[in-house]
Structures are given as structure tokens and as C-alpha cells.
Write a protein that binds this ligand. Structure first.
Ligand SMILES: [Zn+2]
Length: 345
């Protein structure tokens, strides 16, 4: 049985360190994004110095907020012994690299992130693989706009590169009075990992299982071929572990990992059905399917979304079409560089 919910502030982004278990604190750090107000990092006590799980977006505001949250616990940034990171998205990984440069804390991240960490190249366009994929989805105009997005000097200066050590599925991280188990959960990114503390009934779920958001799929420098298939497999994997308190990277702590995993699995099954239905009804490309379906909880049309979200939406449909092809329901052929799908048989 999962543990009862700890007391939490009404607003999950309220600054400070919020106890969520014995020797475990949730620390929300602000993000420079319109769509996402904060990222939760977790502090886990250890005799060698506290361990952080995820780290925030590298910028002075993050360092200040983290330092202020550590102070009432009796720590400074220099006391951190290691930083375990769930995946290489900037809001999780980059502050760890900044702290490593300035304080020497050891940084570890899943080995599957290597493709995208080594593949980052901001010298040309910000998302070369995504724009190529959008063209194959029949969204050439959107791809042109994505290619034209500027890369700012701050983005070029973002700390990025390999960690001090890679984490593999099944690795144990021995800490004082507890063991964290690394579970590889590809899908949101190729190398995403979660950290389980089975004895305490806790799962540090990163962006794999979020309480209010359906995580984006394969949005990374070098995505894999079928991120939705990986994501579904990773959800089922986590569903087979004993239920635990959900400690997500965005949003409130929730009582049951299983409950939320069931909702996410059901969401994607419904979405697969809807995508299949639209292809049957005559929408041949990912772009056209995406235009036929409602988006967000407010059921908006694709063309009403800002380009960043529109890009993720079209690529998400592409991931659904890929799974429907793999299970033999759809086939596809190139028509002038665009993938055209049809019902099989
Ligand atoms: Zn992420």
C-alpha cells in the first residue's frame, strides 16, 4: 500500500523545501517557460552530503532559489554530494552541470541520454530532427517556422555535455538508510530513468509519470524511432512495481503511481483508437490527423496552438501512427517525401 499523502502547500510551486518523507524534501524551482511554472527537485539526506534528484534550469534565479531552500535544512550548495538526473531536458539537467562546475557535485544520468547529449548542435537550427520529421508528417510550413526560431546567446551558453557517470537500468544507489533503484523508463526521452525507494514506498518519477500533464514523447535532439511504444512499455513496467507515492518533477505529490499510470495508459489507448479512426476516415498524414483531433483539456484545434505545442502535437500523432503501423493496423508509403498512411488490408 502506498503511504498517506504528506501535507503539501495548496500551490505546488510555493518556494522552499517541503518534507514528503523521512529525510526527503520536495523543492520547486521556477522555470523561464510560459507553459510550465516550476520543476520539482528532491533532496534526499545522506551522510556524505545531501543528494539531489533533478536540478533545475541553469540560471542565477535557480541557484538562488535552491540555495534559499537548502538553508533552513542546514545546508549550502557546496554540501551536495551528488545529483541524480532523470533525463537531459534543460529544466532537469543543466543546473546540475552548472553546480558541478562551481562546486564539484558528482552528476549522474541515464545512459540512453548519450545520443541526445552528444548530438546537441545549436550552431544551425534549434530542432533539425524535429523539422525534418515535421516535413515527413506533411507539416512543411510549420517546419519552416521551426527552422526560423532564433537560438539565443543564453541558449548557446547553456551548460551541456556528458555527466560524471552514466546510470543503467537496475543500478542501485546506496545512501544512508536507503537504497535507490534505477529503472530505465524510455519514452519521454530515450534515456529517461526513475528512482525507486521500495522500502519507503517512494517513486521519484521525473517526467515519466506526471500527475496533471501527459508527457511529451521523444522531444530530444536525437529521438528514437518509436517513442510511444517505449513509453507504453515503460508505463507497464512501472505498473508492475509495488505501488508508491508519486514524486513527480512537475505538479503535486500524488498518493498512487498505479492510479496515474492507468490513466496515462488509457489516454494513449483512446488516442490510438482516435488516430486509427481518422486514418480510416481519410486523413492520410500525421498533420491531417492532428488537425482533425482536439487538443489540450480545453479541446482546442491544432491551428489555435502556439507553434511549439503544435510541433509536439504533430510529432505525438506521428508516434501514434508508428505504433499502429508496428502492430499491423496501418501501412504507409512516401508521397513526395511525406508519409501517407492507410488502413491495412
Ligand atoms: Zn522533460
Amino acid at each position: 500500500m502506498p503511504k498517506p499523502l504528506p501535507d503539501q502547500p495548496d500551490d505546488w510551486t510555493e518556494p522552499g523545501a517541503h518534507a514528503v518523507g523521512d529525510g526527503v524534501h520536495r523543492i520547486p524551482l521556477p522555470l523561464p517557460l510560459d507553459s510550465l511554472a516550476a520543476v520539482n527537485v528532491y533532496l534526499v539526506e545522506d551522510a556524505r552530503g545531501p543528494v539531489l534528484i533533478d536540478s533545475g534550469w541553469a540560471r542565477p534565479q535557480t541557484e538562488k532559489a535552491l540555495s534559499e531552500a537548502l538553508r533552513p535544512l542546514g545546508y549550502g550548495l557546496g554540501d551536495l554530494s551528488q545529483i541524480l538526473v532523470t533525463h537531459a531536458h534543460w529544466d532537469h539537467y543543466t543546473q546540475a552541470l552548472a553546480l558541478r562546475e562551481s562546486m564539484g557535485a558528482r552528476v549522474r544520468i541515464g545512459r540512453g541520454e548519450r545520443h541526445s547529449i552528444e548530438g546537441l548542435d545549436l550552431t544551425r537550427t534549434p530542432h533539425p530532427r524535429q523539422s525534418a520529421a515535421l516535413r515527413a508528417c506533411g507539416a512543411g510550413d510549420l517546419a519552416d517556422r521551426v527552422d526560423a526560431w532564433p537560438v539565443t546567446p543564453e541558449e548557446r551558453a547553456m551548460p551541456f555535455g556528458p555527466p560524471d557517470a552514466w546510470l543503467d537500468d537496475g543500478d542501485e544507489v546506496p545512501l544512508t538508510g536507503r537504497h535507490l533503484t534505477v529503472v530505465a523508463t524510455p519514452g519521454h526521452t530515450r534515456g529517461h530513468v526513475v528512482f525507486g525507494d521500495a522500502a519507503a514506498g517512494l517513486l521519484f518519477s521525473g517526467d515519466h509519470v506526471l500527475p496533471h500533464i501527459t508527457p511529451s514523447l521523444g522531444f530530444e535532439c536525437v529521438p528514437e524511432k518509436s517513442p510511444l511504444r517505449s513509453f507504453q512499455q515503460s508505463l507497464r513496467l512501472v505498473r508492475e512495481l509495488p505501488d508508491a507515492l508519486l514524486l513527480p518533477a512537475h505538479g503535486r505529490v500524488a498518493a498512487s503511481v498505479h492510479t496515474r499510470v492507468d490513466q496515462l495508459l488509457a489516454h494513449h489507448e483512446e488516442r490510438l483508437d482516435a488516430v486509427h479512426r481518422e486514418v480510416r476516415a481519410g486523413a492520410p498524414t500525421a498533420h491531417q490527423v492532428a488537425r482533425a483531433l482536439p487538443w489540450t483539456r480545453r479541446l482546442r484545434r491544432l491551428d489555435e496552438l502556439p507553434d511549439q505545442h503544435r510541433m509536439l502535437a504533430v510529432l505525438e500523432i506521428d508516434a501514434h501512427l508508428e505504433v499502429l503501423t508496428e502492430v499491423g493496423v496501418l501501412t504507409w508509403a512516401h508521397v513526395e517525401g511525406v508519409r501517407h498512411f492507410a488502413v491495412r488490408g
